[in-house]
Design a protein. Sequence first.
Length: 149
Amino acid sequence: MIDVTSVDMVKFVQKVYDLSQPQGMGMMHYQPGGLTDEDAAGFIQSDGTISMDYVKGRACKMHIRKDEGRLVIGDKWFDHTDEQLAELLESVGLSMTPGTRTGDHGPSCNCTDCRAKRGLGELDPQEDFKKAKKAHEDGTAFKIETWKV
């Protein structure tokens, strides 16, 4: 666990949003730009906890919980790389706990390196949105093929 009790939660939430990418059906809800202070504050509960899943199409996947009176996050950030977690922590004056950087991004990582390994190229939310919208309009989105045995 990483203790985030002392950080500016508005800046934390904004950086979570900035570092997150739209994916899946989130492409349909993607909005460029950042979160205002007011938008970011809306994610902070009265006890300081935060639960961010998809926000304006971006897979934020950040949850801050209470543990023995402290606000903590896990040492892995779902759908994000260790480098993104390190950047998030550094942006609020913290650093990674020693031993948490494994280099294993996981199967749902959308960083440039992992996308290249899967042959997907650069992430371009606006282009991906156009493709998804076209596929939806021409009926090819979610097409299920039946195999005869």
